[in-house]
Design a protein around this ligand. Structure first.
Ligand SMILES: C[S@@+](CC[C@H](N)C(=O)[O-])C[C@H]1O[C@@H](n2cnc3c(N)ncnc32)[C@H](O)[C@@H]1O
Length: 219
């Protein structure tokens, strides 16, 4: 049986030191090509005006931005410490990205502002995924696409131990476990989606995570 979900944080990654350690971890994942960008493109994320929710240090969105036909790139991030790092990384990539401090549950953007919304590894931290899903619906244009990826809690002890031991730097390992314990299962995610405006979103399981994808139908 899968253990009950344990909330990790309702305020994102706020400390500067944690943000720097996370940057080192995320850069390592980027260098290994483990960032989910290919899956996002395969799911229909095509470019245009893109919004990323919870970009953290930014590598996932920046790698995607390199590969699609971009009109604009915006990040909505709750942590000022992460925004500073993402802005530095975007400059290094030579990509014009605008990172805005905000909460995915109540985003500072007008209706129908974006063509695509992406998010990786942030969902398990959202205080109310349903509110964020409703916001994704609101800010996407008709025909807009979304792809949200995250860990899943029910990967089992063997995979958990394997990932724990290979996670670098070592300081991030307790954070990996707390994130995993806060992550959702496919069934829980389907139930949350049913109660939101993304009710026809598709949830898929993979080796260690979940993806939620779909297209917005309005009017
Ligand atoms: C585990 S990190 C993942 C960062 C990045 N997406 C990646 O894959 O490397 C989660 C990020 O989501 C941010 N976050 C958490 N809750 C948020 C919310 N409600 N709105 C916006 N950002 C949020 C955190 O501050 C953190 O930067």
């Amino acid at each position: 049986m899968t253990a009950a979900r344990v909330i990790e944080t309702n305020e994102g990654i706020q400390s500067e030191l944690t943000a720097e350690i996370f940057d080192e971890f995320a850069k390592g994942m980027r260098d290994k090509g483990w960032n989910g960008v290919a899956e996002m493109i395969a799911s229909g994320i095509y470019g245009g005006d893109i919004l990323e929710i919870g970009p953290g240090p930014g590598y996932v969105g920046l790698e995607l931005a390199k590969r699609v036909k971009l009109n604009s790139f915006t990040g909505c991030e709750i942590s000022p410490a992460m925004i500073q790092i993402a802005e530095k990384n975007a400059r290094e990539y030579g990509i014009e990205a605008c990172y805005v401090e905000g909460n995915g549950m109540n985003m500072p953007f007008s209706d129908n502002a974006f063509d695509c919304v992406i998010s990786n590894g942030s969902l398990h931290e959202w205080e109310s995924p349903v509110l964020v899903f409703n916001e994704i619906y609101r800010v996407l244009r008709p025909g807009g696409r979304y792809c949200i990826t995250d860990m899943r809690r029910d990967i089992g002890f063997f995979k958990q131990s394997m990932i724990y031991l290979s996670t670098k730097p070592k300081e991030i390992r307790p954070g990996f476990l707390s994130s995993l314990h806060a992550a959702y299962t496919k069934g829980e995610m389907q139930e949350l989606l049913r109660n939101s405006r993304l009710c026809d979103g598709m949830v898929k399981e993979d080796f260690m995570g979940l993806s939620i994808t779909g297209e917005i139908k309005k009017y």
